[in-house]
Ligand binder design. Structure first.
Ligand code: IMP
Length: 175
């Protein structure tokens, strides 16, 4: 059963978990023999982060930050609303995003984190909508490329709803 506001399902729960396992294996191979800090961005990426972390085989630490944007008039202008709990200096850090769209938010986060002196800083995203990219960002691990439609589910929201859907879906245009 899908929600009435859903136009079509892009990725089922099974497809998402299968792909996350593959990406987690790539991450485990890359960081073999090291410890990894996963940094999630509230609230959207926490569903992806927890699913991913369960399948990573190297020791993992988790920290979270929250950002707030200045609204539609200033796209990509964001600030940190809740900072990380701990420093990241000298650590292998992987930024875990729900979606990279224009790339503006991700660029800001990568610049901010890189200024804190991690040993390495990588980027992993659940969804990649390259067609809307304004700023090139170095995505090292990604689960799915998506078309130019607004999507919800598996952490992604519309007006704070639908984050808890197990699947990822296109919302009806009139929702
Ligand atoms: P950016 O354009 O890459 O800076 O992405 C900004 C933020 O917009 C993302 O982190 C998401 O929180 C949100 N966003 C972008 N596209 C979608 C979507 O299709 N569904 C839900 N949220 C989205």
């Amino acid at each position: 059963m899908t929600e009435p506001a859903i136009e079509r399902v892009l990725f089922t729960e099974e497809q998402i978990h299968a792909r996350i396992r593959e990406v987690a294996a790539e991450i485990s191979a890359k960081y073999a023999g090291r410890e990894l800090k996963l940094i999630g961005v509230l609230k959207g990426s926490i569903f992806f982060l927890t699913a991913l972390a369960r399948h990573i085989s190297v020791p993992v630490r988790i920290d979270l930050l929250a950002i707030s944007s200045f609204g539609k008039g200033a796209p990509g202008v964001v600030r940190i609303a809740k900072d990380l709990d701990d420093p990241i200096g000298g650590e292998d850090v992987l930024l875990v995003e729900d979606i990279v769209d224009t790339g503006l938010t991700t660029r800001y986060l990568l610049q901010t984190l890189s200024a804190r002196g991690p040993r390495s800083l990588g980027l992993c995203t659940l969804l990649d909508r390259t067609i809307r990219r304004l700023i090139q960002v170095p995505i090292e691990f990604r689960c799915f490329e998506i078309p130019d439609r607004f999507v919800v589910g598996f952490g992604l929201d519309y007006k704070q709803l639908y984050r808890n859907l197990g699947y990822i879906a296109v919302l009806k245009r009139d929702s």
